[in-house]
Design a protein around this ligand. Sequence first.
Ligand SMILES: [Zn+2]
Ligand SMILES: [Zn+2]
Length: 440
Amino acid sequence: MGQTDHGTQHDGAGARELDPAGWALARPAVHLVAQLLRQAALSARPFRNHWWQVGLQLTPTGLRTGLLRDPTAGARGRRFELELDFRHARLSIATAEETTDIPLDGSLTVAEVYRRLTAELEPLGVRSLATTTCEIEPPVRLDQSEVPADVTAPEVRVWLGQLHAVAADFDQLLTDFYGKTSGPLLYWGSLDLAIGLFNGKPNQTPAGAGRIYRFAENAENITFSYWTDEQGRAQLCAYRTPASHADASSDYRYGAWATERGEVVCALTPGGRLYAAPEVGSLEDFLRHTTHTLARNGGWDLDALLGATPSHKESTTRSSTMSDDLSEFIDPSAVPSGTGCKECSAEGGWWFHLRRCTKCGHIGCCDSSPSQHARRHWEETGHRVLTSFEPGEEWYFDWQTGDGFDAGPRLADPQHHPLDQPAPGPASRVPANWQDLLHG
Ligand SMILES: [Zn+2]
Ligand SMILES: [Zn+2]
């Protein structure tokens, strides 16, 4: 690898910031050629549900449509793909046999690119390419635009680097989600990169909903959308469909994040409230908090979809410290209630792993254990934070949000059950087929 793109490295604090003036000059051409790409993709596919089936995929150097085919020739139609390559400043039309490039170095206007593209697509069965832009006010005629088709500005590389960085955070969120997901894909209207999380519940479409709504919102989903506005500011939007009353009052419904000297600040726009680090220290934190809030508001099964069970989450616990908001659920002076699960010991049961309530010292059995007494304790007392009572483990967990923490307060000794006490335990009561009896 020789030359390195600006801003393509993901350092956890977002990519390099856009220069507003440079971006204002570079953005129109990027916006218009992206819309050309999308119009071609739409023309090559049947209208089905909104435009969600034709999002653009990120590549190392730009955007591409994914596989398209001759819409007039059925399943055996010729395959082709369009790609915007910002590094080489070109729009490519690739078939199995050949690749044709249209330059995007400013030597052609958008209208000229439109004409070249329609000529290339005609033999591939795309007979008409829409001429009008979407989500640009006022709309622009693509076949008449005199804007130079020039994507060579350095700010275009910076913008692409930001998309790569956000896509990496989106990917992490998708990885932690146990349900169906989509994306990240770029939608052409606002140049927004979006992902969706689906819980699979059918949506009750409101009476009188339009065609697009009925087709698009056929399942409950949480959507995150990222875009760069005209001033080069990073914008983030999160919403749940269908919206609920709880969503409407939630601070987490819409938001924006911006980087300042490598520091990420999250601003949630309703009411202009600003959340600064450490409460929401990174885009990843923001995504996680927002997902929990929206899912909870929607009555989603958080355990099933977001993996809120500590016995499942131990391996994915984040490097983070607890917020001070949780201090009321922590009493460093509270000593452990015993060396084994309090209820199992009283009832003659057995446990797999032990958990300690950080508020009162209650020792209970984990969610994999038959009786799940740590969870019962939370449900009965509201003591929402626990820590492990297993030797060699240090992590904390918030039942209410599902957040895990690597660091937390030092609690009264002992820190774990006796080393000679087995897990599962107690030895005298663990059945031979204990592994078959664990919760999954
Ligand atoms: Zn128990
Ligand atoms: Zn407790």
